[in-house]
Design a protein around this ligand. Structure first.
Ligand SMILES: Cc1cc2nc3c(=O)[nH]c(=O)nc-3n(C[C@H](O)[C@H](O)[C@H](O)COP(=O)(O)O)c2cc1C
Length: 220
């Protein structure tokens, strides 16, 4: 995985050591999927389910389209307090993140990036920047959390998911979630483009899930 500095993410004070999870507790993991496909049962959710099939514990899916979280308005209210001035469904997202151990951002490619509702939602993580830059856990506590991003795109060219990866990394870093990787499928607009998963995709999903579980336990 690229380092935070390589990805152009803002630097901050070092975080306190997060609590590691004993092996036996894997079944108690809480996995939160933030899905931002306008098609609740489309290509991106199908790929997300493949990743989930390798992750034990309870899975919950929140739809960014249903929640319609407003984007950050850069009002600056949070800069001294960490408290956002906008009152909307973001409170539901924070509540679920607080309970989670594993976060999955799941979005199709729209104009080479995450879909607009997901970008809006992630922009609201700016209110956590106050705690991140001070190197203190804030309301999310110091629970160890890992994350990944899942995306599908109609085109097929090298590095087409780079923007998705970078936005997800910037968001996860801001809220103290360790980014474990990207699972993607390209060429979904081709006839039969989203048929059975290729052997490579099946292997990548399993390997990403293993990496997430292992990093959640505090092993790299
Ligand atoms: C508004 C819109 C913009 C899109 N932009 C891109 C794009 O920039 N690059 C790309 O490869 N595919 C693009 N696509 C295609 C989708 O990413 C692709 O069909 C994806 O697999 C759909 O996933 P879903 O079934 O979860 O909606 C776009 C589709 C829509 C509707």
């Amino acid at each position: 995985m690229s380092s935070v500095a390589e990805a152009g993410v803002r630097s901050a004070a070092p975080k306190p050591q997060a609590a590691a999870l004993p092996l036996a507790d894997a079944k108690d993991l809480r996995v939160l999927v933030l899905n931002a496909s306008p098609r609740a049962d489309g290509n991106t959710m199908a790929l997300t389910r493949l990743l989930l099939s390798h992750l034990p514990g309870a899975h919950e899916v929140l739809s960014a389209y249903d929640l319609a979280v407003a984007p950050c308005s850069a009002c600056g209210a949070c800069s001294g307090s960490g408290v956002c001035a906008i009152r909307d469904a973001m409170s539901v997202v924070w509540e679920r993140i607080i309970r989670s151990d594993i976060l999955v951002i799941s979005s199709p490619l729209h104009f080479t990036s995450l879909t607009a509702p997901m970008v809006a939602l992630i922009s609201r993580w700016q209110s956590h920047w106050h705690f991140h830059s001070a190197g203190v856990p804030g309301p999310l506590g110091n629970r160890r959390r890992v994350g990944a991003v899942v995306s599908t795109g109609g085109a097929d060219y090298p590095n087409m998911f780079e923007c998705v990866r970078r936005v997800a990394l910037a968001g996860f870093t801001t809220i103290g979630v360790e980014m474990c990787g990207l699972l993607s499928v390209s060429g979904t607009d081709a006839p039969g483009g989203f048929g059975a998963f290729s052997g490579e995709t099946l292997r990548e999903a399993k390997s990403l899930a293993r990496s997430m579980l292992s990093r959640r336990r505090g092993r790299s």
